[in-house]
Design a protein around this ligand. Structure first.
Ligand code: NIG
Ligand code: FE
Length: 416
C-alpha cells in the first residue's frame, strides 16, 4: 500500500537537480520544504508538496508526522558489521597506553577477530550481525555497505560474504557488499605477504566473483598493512572481475592510498586521518569520493581528517560509520554527523549532505538513494518536531527518531 505522510514540519534533503553528489560551498545548502506532505508509490517516492495542496488520501496508509521533520535515510558507505563477538580487552589495552598498531603487531586486532570468526558458525554470525542491523535501522540508516575482511582465508571470506548476502535478502534496508581479503595477512601466510596477495588475486577474487558475492573490492593500504603496489595489483584484479575499488587509505600514515585509489578510479578512499595538501590536490577533479570516519578517530584518540580544508578546496566529502569491533564499535550515523560538526567543524548541512547524498555516491548509488527526490527509493525517517536542523547534531544523544520508512514500508517505531 502507498504511504502518505502529512503534517511534516519540515522535509529536509529535498533535491530536484538530479546531481549525484554535492561539493565545496554547495555542501552547506540543504533543500527544505516546510509544512509538507510526501506520497510514496510502492518502494519509491512519488511526490511531495505543501499541506495547502495535499492529494486525496483514499487507498493510502496515512502517517501524521504531527509537525515532526522528515529526513532522507543515512547512507553508510563503510562498515564491517559482520564480525564475531567484541574486542573490549583491546579497548582496555588502549586505555593502558597501547596503540592500535602495537595491538595489531602483537597478533591482536584484525587477526583476533579472524580467529573468533573462524570458530563461529554462519548462523551465529548472521544472528549477531542482524542485531547490529536492527540497531542501525532504528537509528536511521537505509543503505549500508558491509565488508568482509575478518576471514583472511578463502573459506572464511566466503562465509562472511554469504552472511552479507543473507542479510541483504532478509533485512529491511538496502545492502552492498565489499570483498576485503587484504585487510591483514592471514595467519597461515605470516611472513609471506606477497604470497598472500597472490592468493587474494588468484583464488579469492575469482571465487567471490563466481558466486556474485560482492560489488566492491577494498584493501587496507597503510603503514604496517598493504603497500601501494600490492593495492594496485589487487584493485586491478578486482576490476577485471567487475569489482569497483573502495580503499582504506591514510589512517595510520600518508600511505599513498589516496593516490593509488584516484589513479585507478576508485569509488572512494576512506579514513584520511593523515592528509597533506598533495592528497587533497590529487582528489581535486577526480571521481573518487573522500570518505571520513570520525567514529574511528574518536575511538582511537587519533587526529581527525581535515574536513574543512577538503571542503574549502572545493571537494565533495562523505561520512560513514566504519562500524567494526576494533576502531569504531558503533553504527550511529547521527553521532557521526555530530562528530563531524564538533571535531571537524563541518556545518550541520555539510554533515547531512556528507552522510546522505555523498555517502550514497561513495557506493555508486546516489541515483536511487541519498535525498528526497521523486523516483528515488522511499527511504526516510520522521523525527519529533525540531527547533532547527542544527538540533540534530547538537542534541546528539536525545532520541528523536519516531518512525523509519524503508523502501516505502514502515519498519521501525520508537516511542519517545
Ligand atoms: O576501518 N583500519 C582498518 N580496518 C578497520 C578496523 C579493523 C579492526 O581493527 O577490526 C577500520 O578502522
Ligand atoms: Fe574500515
Amino acid at each position: 500500500m502507498n504511504l502518505l505522510v502529512k503534517n511534516i514540519g519540515c522535509a529536509v534533503g529535498i533535491d530536484e537537480s538530479g546531481r549525484l553528489c554535492v561539493s565545496g560551498k554547495d555542501m552547506d545548502r540543504v533543500g527544505v520544504l516546510e509544512n509538507a506532505w510526501l506520497l510514496t508509490d510502492g518502494a519509491r517516492i512519488k511526490d511531495y508538496g505543501t499541506m495547502g495542496c495535499m492529494p486525496c488520501d483514499s487507498g493510502c496508509e496515512v502517517i501524521d508526522a504531527e509537525g515532526g521533520w522528515l529526513f532522507p535515510s543515512f547512507c553508510d558507505s563503510h562498515t564491517h558489521i559482520v564480525y564475531a563477538g567484541s574486542r573490549e580487552q583491546e579497548f582496555l589495552d588502549k586505555i593502558n597506553g597501547l596503540s592500535y598498531e602495537e595491538i595489531a603487531k602483537r597478533g591482536g586486532g584484525i587477526l583476533n577477530s579472524a580467529d573468533r570468526l573462524h570458530d563461529t558458525s554462519e548462523d551465529e554470525l548472521y544472528r549477531q550481525a542482524m542485531e547490529r542491523i536492527d540497531e542501525i535501522v532504528t537509528m536511521g540508516t537505509g543503505l549500508v555497505e558491509i565488508k568482509s575482511g575478518y576471514g583472511l582465508t578463502l573459506e572464511d571470506e566466503l562465509k562472511i560474504l554469504r552472511v552479507i548476502r543473507r542479510i541483504r535478502e532478509t533485512a529491511p534496508l538496502e545492502v552492498r557488499a565489499t570483498f576485503l581479503g587484504a585487510h591483514a595477512v592471514g595467519r597461515a601466510y605470516r611472513g609471506r605477504q606477497s604470497e598472500y596477495v597472490d592468493h587474494v588475486c588468484n583464488d579469492m577474487i575469482p571465487a567471490v566473483a563466481k558466486e556474485g558475492l560482492a560489488e566492491y573490492v577494498d584493501v587496507f593500504c597503510d603503514r604496517g598493512f598493504f603497500t601501494v603496489e600490492e593495492t594496485a595489483k589487487i584493485i586491478e584484479t578486482g576490476a577485471r572481475y567487475g569489482l569497483r575499488a573502495k580503499i582504506h587509505a591514510n589512517e595510520l600514515a600518508v600511505s599513498g592510498g589516496v593516490e593509488v585509489g584516484v589513479e585507478h578510479g576508485a569509488l572512494s578512499v576512506d579514513h584520511l586521518e593523515s592528509m597533506g595538501d598533495e592528497q587533497i590536490e590529487a582528489l581535486s577533479g577526480s571521481e573518487t569520493m573522500p570518505t571520513m570516519l570520525p567514529g574511528c578517530a574518536f575511538f582511537l584518540g587519533i587526529g581527525y581528517p581535515p574536513a574543512r580544508r577538503m571542503i574549502d578546496a572545493g571537494l565533495a566529502v562523505a561520512l560513514a560509520s566504519d562500524y567494526n569491533p576494533g576502531t569504531a564499535p558503533s553504527g550511529n550515523m547521527r553521532f557521526v554527523t555530530s562528530l563531524a560538526s564538533i571535531k571537524m567543524k563541518m556545518t550541520p548541512a555539510e554533515a547531512l549532505n556528507a552522510a546522505t547524498l555523498n555517502s550514497a555516491c561513495a557506493m555508486g548509488e546516489s541515483k536511487d538513494f541519498g535525498s528526497i527526490t521523486r523516483g528515488k527509493m522511499a527511504n526516510f525517517y520522521i523525527t519529533k518536531p525540531l527547533p532547527s536542523l542544527a538540533f540534530m547534531p547538537y542534541a546528539h544523544q536525545t532520541p528523536i527518531i519516531k518512525t523509519v520508512v524503508l523502501k516505502g514500508k514502515v519498519v521501525s517505531l520508537m516511542i519517545g
